[in-house]
Design a protein around this ligand. Structure first.
Ligand SMILES: Nc1ncnc2c1ncn2[C@@H]1O[C@H](COP(=O)(O)OP(=O)(O)OP(=O)(O)O)[C@@H](O)[C@H]1O
Length: 369
């Protein structure tokens, strides 16, 4: 679907419509660097901080989220991604900071008002109401839109003219998300992946401009993964902006237009996915040496095996070291100093141990042990 462009920052308004799936105009307004300005930001945050005891969970000097793009927010566990989501959407209160959505200051605005303004989010642990039916959950989503209370959201007839319209909209979304056959089932009976879909469908009842997804792939059965990816791409094609937190680098690589990297509360890198994933600081702190390999197919596995052969740091653990070929292990084992499998332990820190506590997507040393 094509949507009229909304230019900002002094650029001429284009008279023709823009297809946001094929729009190749630059995302950054100038040089790409952590906290850089965007050509057309939908969110601008300034000096946002949040600490818990002695921990600076979020310490963001400047962050802009590009409109009509899919932005991935990545970083090790505890980097502050979810806390930043909570702050921006009014689910938590910062120690300091200001931020605008669509040019309007929304710091201190409650979560339901933020949703009504068009900025919605989903949660890492899905929050659908298990004892309500799928359709009732959808109605609850619409209640954010009209500011109605829970009781009104659930009981027929109270909404008068709106009821029919809301049900129609819910039906369209449920059909799109292939949940229409389950609309009278309790949400508790859905699989984890279907609940994620329901949570996403429900958030769309407010017709948002910005959809923020916290780990949409976590706990989703591989059979539903592609469908979730397609739904997220569709949000963009329908003119929405998406910001998602994800540890699954396959997803980040395949659907993100832009990647923002957080570590210890700060924005430490950002840019197009291919560039960010080549950034040595990001690789060291988060991705690990072989992050670039797609393990979704046999070629990817072969590629990883070849990379591991060339990377002596990868030889850890026992001789049954997974996908490392027996030839390689034999060669290593025959080295005169006899340290082939334990060489990092004395003179260098073992990267597996170091990163194991933080870097979930690192499918390298850990997985080959
Ligand atoms: N309610 C809280 N009380 C105390 N500490 C908290 C709270 N929420 C978050 N933290 C701490 O703030 C830091 C940032 O946590 P946050 O959950 O935002 O990280 P994250 O990047 O989302 O991590 P993950 O990828 O594991 O979800 C962590 O050190 C966490 O322990």
């Amino acid at each position: 679907m094509s949507i009229p462009s909304e230019e900002s920052r002094g650029e001429p308004r284009m008279s023709e419509e823009i297809d946001y799936m094929t729009d190749t105009r630059p995302i950054a307004a100038g040089e790409i660097a952590p906290g850089c300005k965007k050509r057309d930001p939908i969110v601008v945050a300034e000096n946002v901080t949040r600490s818990f005891g002695g921990i600076n969970a979020v310490d963001v000097r400047h962050l802009e989220i590009p409109r009509h793009k899919i932005t991935a927010l990545i970083g090790p566990n505890g980097a502050g991604k979810t806390t930043l989501f909570n702050l921006l959407t009014g689910f938590d209160t910062p120690n300091s900071g200001s931020w605008q959505f669509e040019g309007q200051s929304i710091a201190g605005v409650s979560s339901y008002k933020v949703a009504r303004m068009g900025m919605v989010r989903t949660f890492q642990l899905t929050k659908v109401m298990g004892k309500l039916t799928v359709m009732e959950n959808m109605r609850l989503g619409a209640s954010n839109q009209s500011g109605e209370r829970l009781s009104k959201a659930l009981f027929k007839g109270i909404w008068g003219g709106q009821e029919k319209k809301i049900t129609q909209e819910a039906n369209v979304l449920l059909e799109k998300f292939k949940l229409d056959a389950k609309k009278d089932d309790y949400a508790a009976s859905l699989s984890g992946g279907q609940r994620k879909l329901l949570e996403m469908a429900r958030s769309l009842m407010v017709r948002p401009k910005l959809v923020m997804l916290d780990e949409p792939m976590a706990g989703v059965n591989p059979a539903l993964t592609q469908s979730l990816l397609d739904h997220i791409k569709n949000l963009k094609s329908e003119g929405m902006t998406v910001l998602f937190v994800e540890h699954d680098m396959h997803m980040v690589r395949h659907i993100a237009d832009w990647v923002v990297v957080m570590a210890e509360g700060k924005i430490v890198a950002e840019g197009p996915p291919a560039e960010v994933m080549k950034n040595p600081a990001v690789i060291d702190a988060y991705l690990g040496a072989h992050h670039d390999v797609d393990l979704g197919d046999a070629e990817g596995i072969k590629e990883l095996a070849a990379e591991l052969v060339a990377d002596e740091d990868s030889i850890v653990g026992t001789e049954n070291a997974g996908i490392i070929s027996a030839d390689v292990l034999t060669t290593e084992a025959e080295e005169p100093n006899g340290t082939a499998h334990g060489r990092r332990s004395s003179e260098e820190p073992n990267r597996t141990d170091e990163s194991g506590s933080t870097a979930q997507p690192n499918r390298t040393e850990k997985d080959t042990e």
